[in-house]
Design a protein around this ligand. Structure first.
Ligand code: GUN
Length: 299
């Protein structure tokens, strides 16, 4: 029976370390880590995410700003706000919540964020640094860094000799996880919707990361006995057993079945999810340390 990896507990642990290091930076350098979160429009899910990022930042002792703009905001006005935040010494991390309204070119906005403040790791400079192994000075997207921290708890930091399979090739999850696993010496395969015989490729994995967005797709007979299974999927499915019209969250992994075979597994919810926001706090802390030329702590 697999060990269930408790993402909530590990995220709490990360956040408590962030608090200590933030307090140290404030004491030693007089610098309070600052994050600005920008939201355009009234998408309710985005509002919830943004509010929780602000709450967590304040809990860490950070300076936190939320800029809420109307859905009609022009691309030029949003560019101007990002440029103002780029120049603001109180702000070390800038996050523009996606998706943006259709009339705004998200790519242009992301490339306008200063690479030194790009705590999402979406700017081409940071993508390029990760792709070339310059991780020490990059910002890397927060879900992938959270995934790596969970893997490290089970398999250690050096993954030499281990086979890893990532299902999913998105720019913000699959590809950065691929690069991070490679940087930690794993032998990595990336699989996607066009891959043939996915099940037998997955069976080679000592570390299996599922990030496809298909509910409970990964079955027990896809998993090598003892493997570490990380489920990045968040799928909302009907749950008639909870009452009419009710839903529940599931991952991309059949948790019940795979738990019988894997060595360790993340649940959904309570696995990867809580790590993302914790790693955003880490990225903001790192940005603040770098801004004063101090070596950031490692997590
Ligand atoms: N929308 C959903 N997830 C994210 C994220 O990680 N970063 C940004 N900027 N927007 C998001």
């Amino acid at each position: 029976m697999a060990v269930t990896i408790n993402g909530r507990e590990i995220a709490e642990d990360v956040v408590s370390k962030v608090k200590l290091f933030a307090a140290e930076l404030i004491k030693d350098s007089g610098i309070t880590p600052g994050i600005a979160v920008v939201i355009v429009g009234e998408d309710p899910a985005s509002q919830v995410y943004v509010a929780s990022k602000g709450r967590k930042a304040r809990e860490c002792g950070f300076h936190s700003e939320q800029h809420t703009l109307s859905a009609e905001t022009s691309e030029e006005d949003l560019v101007a706000l990002v440029e103002k935040l780029n120049a603001d010494p109180q702000i070390h991390g800038i996050l523009v919540q996606l998706p943006l309204p259709k009339h705004i070119d998200s790519g242009r906005i992301i490339q306008t964020i200063s690479p030194d403040k790009d705590v999402d790791g979406f700017n081409f400079i940071n993508v390029g640094k990760l792709g070339t192994g310059e991780i020490g000075t990059a910002f890397v997207p927060c879900t992938p860094t959270g995934v790596m921290l969970l893997i490290e708890r089970i398999n250690g930091r050096d993954l030499s000799g281990l086979n890893a399979v990532v299902i999913g090739r998105s720019n913000i999850v699959g590809k950065p996880i691929f690069n991070l696993l490679l940087a930690h010496n794993a032998t990595v395969t990336i699989a996607h919707s066009k891959t043939q015989d996915l099940a037998s490729i997955c069976r080679t994995a000592d570390i299996l990361v599922a990030a496809v967005g298909r509910s409970q797709m990964v079955k027990a007979d896809w998993v090598k006995p003892g493997a570490t299974v990380i489920d990045v999927g968040v799928n909302r499915i009907p749950a008639p057993e909870r009452g009419e019209g009710k839903t529940r969250l599931t991952g991309d992994v059949d948790f019940e079945g795979v738990s019988e075979v894997a060595g360790a597994i993340t649940p959904v919810p309570g696995g990867v999810g809580p790590m993302t926001i914790a790693m955003l706090m880490v990225a903001t802390l790192v940005a603040a340390y770098r801004s004063v030329g101090k070596n950031p702590p490692r997590f």
